[in-house]
Design a protein around this ligand. Structure first.
Ligand SMILES: [Zn+2]
Length: 287
């Protein structure tokens, strides 16, 4: 009788043990992302575990925008632009081409003195997305050095020419240089020189709080467009800050009513090209 009871007990023990194993197998492996005690509502960020590296715009509470100017500095046009900005107490970010920066360190110094930000836009404006890591590294390092030599401070932002950069490049560039990758959400296509009033109208139509506005301080009509553009943006209540200041203002994006988690970014282009941000390099020499 005792023997039988023992067998029954043993069988029960094994059964319980198996159930325990089955439960363990069913439950997902524990990770650090899982809430421990209180369930936490997932953040709207596409990568909740890591801070994002790339920005097309920034979600902010307030009328803040970033005006960005690429491809300079220009010996004649950039000082004119600085005058226009200073007269209105507006701040901008200059994504400079390294070889131009090396030619005009005085313009960079003036820009910084007046509250603007200087950032990296490569040395010679190539399509980084199609280059070897070593070649990209040289483009970025030379520009980083030229900026540091001019203003005594290294840049913390990169805008790849044409917005062309692969996801893998973003990661190693961020790891090596500490750069955040800045694209844009407002593109007036000013490099096509459509006329100053068209540039102004396009920027006014597309700019929303948190926008990163792209323009180029190497085209005379772009500079001509800026007085009206600045005045009308200010009339609409927008306040211009540097990109780094805008990033510091970022607040979580509210969850969308119809989320599409399969798409990492609404702007991603499903193409074999290495470009992961708009506009595609074949469509525009912008940026
Ligand atoms: Zn550019």
């Amino acid at each position: 009788m005792l023997f039988r009871n023992l067998i029954a007990l043993g069988a029960l023990w094994m059964l319980l043990g198996q159930t325990g194993v089955a439960q363990e197998q069913k439950s997902p492996p524990p990770t650090t992302e899982r809430p421990v005690a209180t369930p936490v509502r997932p953040k709207a960020s596409p990568t909740p575990t890591e801070p994002p590296i790339t920005f097309n715009s920034v979600h902010v509470d307030g009328p803040y925008i970033a005006l960005t100017f690429d491809d300079g500095p220009s010996a004649t046009l950039t000082p004119k632009l600085l005058d226009l900005l200073a007269a209105r107490h507006l701040k901008a970010t200059f994504f400079v081409v390294g070889q131009n920066a090396a030619d005009h360190p005085d313009i960079l110094r003036r820009a910084v003195k007046e509250g603007h930000e200087i950032a990296n836009h490569s040395w010679s404006h190539p399509n980084l997305g199609k280059m070897s890591d070593e070649a990209v590294r040289r483009e970025l390092q030379k520009t980083d050095d030229a900026i540091a030599a001019a203003i005594g401070k290294r840049p913390t932002l990169l805008r790849p020419p044409y917005g062309s950069i692969t996801a893998r490049q973003k990661k190693w560039i961020h790891d090596e240089f500490g750069y955040r990758i800045i694209i844009w959400d407002v593109d007036p296509l000013d490099w096509k020189r459509p006329g100053p009033s068209v540039v102004t109208a396009r920027i006014l139509k597309e700019t929303v709080p948190g926008s990163i506005v792209l323009s180029h301080d190497i085209h005379p009509p772009t500079i001509e467009a800026m007085p009206a553009t600045f005045d009308q943006l200010m009339k609409k209540g927008f306040k211009s800050v540097t990109v780094t200041e805008l990033l510091a203002m970022e607040t979580p994006r509210p969850p969308k009513p119809t989320p599409s988690p399969a798409v990492p970014h609404a702007t991603a282009i499903p193409s074999p090209s290495p470009v992961s941000s708009p506009p595609p390099p074949t469509a525009t020499p912008g940026g």
